[in-house]
Design a protein around this ligand. Sequence first.
Ligand code: CP
Length: 335
Amino acid sequence: MPTRSTTRSTPDITLAGRGLLGLAGMPAAELRGLLKASREMRRAMDDAVRIEPVLARRVVANLFFEDSTRTRTSFSVAARRLGAEVVDLMGFASSVNKGETLVDTALNVEAMGIDVLVVRARQSGAAADIARAVRCPVVNAGDGRHEHPTQGLLDTLALAIAAGREEDFDLRGLRVAIVGDVANSRVARSAIAAMTTLGARVVCVGPPGMAPAGLKAMGCEVSHDLDAVLPNLDAVMMLRIQFERHGEEGGKSDGADKRASAFASIREYRAFYALTAERARRLKPAAVVMHPGPMNRGLEIDGEVADGPRSIILAQVTCGVAVRMAVLRACVSPA
Ligand code: CP
């Protein structure tokens, strides 16, 4: 794609010295600062404007101890667009398999001269453990059930753009449902934190085992009746059922046991909680459909809806590159 040689400036925001571990408790002004910087990156991408290579001669390391398509690839694309070199270390090909801890792995990678560590892990709190041990900024790319802050930012950016709220990121008056396996979702935790701080009303919807009343402590509502909330929504975000996280505490590993612990059958789950084409027709005309991916088409969402005119699912992915550019830039910007 041809580019103009202009450099677009981005709002001042810094994550230097601390990185980004989560969105819970982040003040609205800081959230808005990150989102405005992300919006400028998104516009620069759309307009093919040259972006200042603020990460030139810097090295970003992706330490991914759990599978990823979107997050790892978009961190790599974002880092390269800012001029950085990128190092990828996958858990399955690392010495973690020989008994090395995640913290020792991170310390060794940092010792090679890394400027930013991007960490994904199965264990909640792993990114924070690593951040306490290393000197460089750490960005949490998803840790267990805890948080996925760049996903929360990209979901909020995509929602704000779809709703025409991207100038001030004031989300008051918007009602968003997050549907499905909320209890196991780090994506939901980060999205709830960001969206409620900016004024949106968030309702978590699912069977009691997936959307327990305790979620209300995060500032959202809880419902077990998708059909009742559908007509009043401005956005509906569908979640994948995270079978791999079911029964972890109880030590269960059999897939059938995991399903049984949350709901009776896939058929029953679909009957009550899938976003089918018929349900999508009952949304408000301007309501949008979101999904953080990976999707299970035909389970939590029909393919016709995922690919339909309401879907902003691929726009979320594009926003992911912009958010990760803004976050990486903020990690190396002076305080
Ligand atoms: N949304 C998300 O985190 O996707 P990946 O697991 O593919 O990175």
